[in-house]
Design a protein around this ligand. Sequence first.
Ligand SMILES: *[C@@H]1O[C@H](CO)[C@@H](O)[C@H](O)[C@H]1NC(C)=O
Ligand SMILES: *[C@@H]1O[C@H](CO)[C@@H](O)[C@H](O)[C@H]1NC(C)=O
Length: 189
Amino acid sequence: MMRNIAVLLAITAAGFQINAMPIDLADCPFPNGTDKQIHSYMCSDGEQFSITDIQTLDSKGNPLYPIDPSHPFILNLTTYNHGPQIDDNHVNVKINQYKSGWQGGCSWTALPTFGLLNGIDGCEFAHNCPLTSGPLFLILPLDLSQFSAIIDLIAANKPYELEIRMFNYNAGDTKHEEIACVMAQVELS
Ligand SMILES: *[C@@H]1O[C@H](CO)[C@@H](O)[C@H](O)[C@H]1NC(C)=O
Ligand SMILES: *[C@@H]1O[C@H](CO)[C@@H](O)[C@H](O)[C@H]1NC(C)=O
């Protein structure tokens, strides 16, 4: 009887220890095969640009995976522009991390980006304008390395999600409507 109680206490103690571990230590499995390759999907339907594929490249244009966020990298988006030519656009990027929460289970949580990735001048930043009507490869170079406040928050070899939203800033356009939204789920190394 004494022995059983001791065992029970040991188990309870071990259980308590596990429960008391920082929740961040629990690993979430890579969602959507992102340990092997990028997974992307459109976050809104019926927008001016549809996106059917994304490739991840290093700054020299060679295939790259996983992505090291401390170096510039390039997204090559296979898109179709269903509307008029875009001569000027702004891009907002959010970064989510896939991690376990208080209630267990894994979910996407926003990483603070301090507004640094908002209102990026797409044409100036990516030199890919104009975005002509019809089929188009949209080359989007991204350089997070200049944002050490963000880089410092990124843990190696974990799943992250870039939410990329593009807005119309053509001359005379005052609505600045969203023209594309894509989720790029990746492993950052
Ligand atoms: C996996 O991708 C699909 C779209 O292809 C998306 O709806 C789903 O939310 C993704 N899963 C996670 C865990 O993000
Ligand atoms: C972008 O992807 C398309 C389709 O796979 C390819 O033909 C094109 O060469 C790529 N562009 C760059 C700069 O890698």
